[in-house]
Design a protein around this ligand. Structure first.
Ligand code: GAR
Length: 192
């Protein structure tokens, strides 16, 4: 079977992008990253992608009239790269109808909580401050809402006594780095 062509969208450090690239190198993920899309030219992940020779499409939202305009450019780049799946990995924007319609049922997001608890920004801080004992990681299909799409996979992370926000973030990211590549691989194997 041909390798699945992934476009990874990220705006930050890119540790999930790294985990996907590593899984591809270890051949536990039968895919290739054909495009990295970022709305933050200075993001660390952009630097990493360039170093890996992953093609990069970086855009500055404020230079466009609105979401429809920049998403039209993104879709053109995705088509040019022949991307089959869109993998959101720390891309902190709502996806609009232009992209949703072009890649219906083919867009995934990872979120650092057990959705529907703690959607939106700073999910790890939200869970920590709420004093819950269990949080975790969710991978879901993307729809027009904020972290509301159908859930594909979840894994719990216990908030142990004495944990700080930083150690909780580390525990959550460890799970993310295993769960995201594994879930993408399962989706590929499902042949959907
Ligand atoms: C990840 O923890 C991801 O779950 C989160 O951003 C982080 C990106 O880290 N995404 C969201 O909060 C989406 N609402 P990374 O750049 O190191 O992969």
């Amino acid at each position: 079977m041909a390798k699945k062509r992934l476009a990874v969208f990220a705006s930050g450090t890119g540790s999930n992008y790294d985990a996907i690239v590593e899984a591809i190198q270890k051949e536990t993920l039968d895919a290739e990253v054909v495009l990295l899309v970022s709305d933050k030219p200075a993001a660390k992940v952009v630097e990493k992608a360039k170093a890996n020779q992953t093609p990069v499409f970086v855009f500055e939202p404020k230079k466009y009239a609105g979401k429809e305009a920049f998403e039209a450019d993104i879709v053109a780049e995705l088509k040019k790269a022949q991307a089959e799946l869109v993998i959101l990995a720390g891309y902190m924007r709502l996806i609009g109808s232009t992209l949703l319609e072009a890649y219906e049922g083919r867009i995934f997001n990872i979120h650092p909580s057990l959705l529907p608890s703690f959607p939106g920004l700073d999910a790890i801080g939200q869970a920590f401050d709420a004093g819950v004992k269990l949080t975790g990681v969710t991978i879901h299909y993307v729809d027009a809402g904020m972290d509301t799409g159908k859930i594909v996979a979840q894994e719990a992370v216990r908030i142990e006594d004495g944990m700080t926000k930083e150690s909780l973030q580390q525990a959550i990211q460890e799970v993310e780095h295993r769960l995201y590549p594994d879930t993408i691989q399962q989706f590929i194997e499902s042949g959907e």
